[in-house]
Ligand binder design. Sequence first.
Ligand code: HXC
Length: 257
Amino acid sequence: ASYNNILVEKRGKVALLTLNRPKALNALNSELMNELQDAMSTLDTDSGVGAFVLTGSEKAFAAGADIKEMSSKTFVDTYKGNWLSNWGSISRLRKPIIAAVNGYALGGGCEVAMMCDIIYAGDNARFGQPEITIGTIPGGGGTQRLIRAIGKARAMEMILTGEQMTAEEALRSGLVAKVFPKEETVAKAIETAEKISSFSQNHVIMAKEAVNQAYEVGLQQGLLFELRSFWTTFATEDQKEGMAAFIEKRKPNFRDQ
Ligand code: HXC
């Protein structure tokens, strides 16, 4: 498919998706979000793809939902149209997705980054939920995911004031996994995505699914979910291969069997 607002590239087993509306700092309009979902859902079922990297430009990952597009919407447009409810599909991808964030990740941009499994940030990254400053509130998961990522005190403060967070603070507070010089963020994310892609795809999906259960269920249910998933890995050849390779001091050859 050819897209107007995103670039899609396969680098080996890594699918690199680049938000590409530079003049609008990658503001997330409906066309862009539809393209992103179309590309992702196709690649998620492509067995040649092991993991995703989602990035923007050096200046902006994404400066939020497109304010010009949404400014004239009415309540009925949004409610009856079930507007933005499809954004969540990013968080339902089965394969891991790493957000490589340089520059602004604001509003919907911060929310999309938080839908990803791992965030790598460039040293110029700025995270924030400025919706309150333009007469609305977060709608893409900001009030829920930011709290879970960094705790209530700072998340509440950011959401109520619109104040931004630097890359350094995002690292300290656990929102991002690593920070790099901005020129290196994408390459490092691809490196990690390649590493993930070298493992049993079956088990990578299973591990991601189990981690995400921690957001959904209580501890005992989560532990049981994990244990049952762990047990099922022993029904696979990849488990036999992985452990045999360790004992025989060689590299494993995972075949998703
Ligand atoms: C539409 C946007 C935009 C946005 C920037 N632009 N952000 N257009 N929607 N969210 C456009 C500007 O209008 C301008 O286009 C061009 O991008 C460059 O932006 P500038 O403001 O000139 O750049 P700069 O001075 O460097 O400031 C960068 C900025 C600022 C601090 C990121 O652009 C900004 O505050 N943007 C809005 C951030 C925001 O409020 N995001 C939350 C949106 S609400 P022109 O053509 O004028 O030159 C939201 C709700 C999500 O995301 C809920 C649902 C998921």
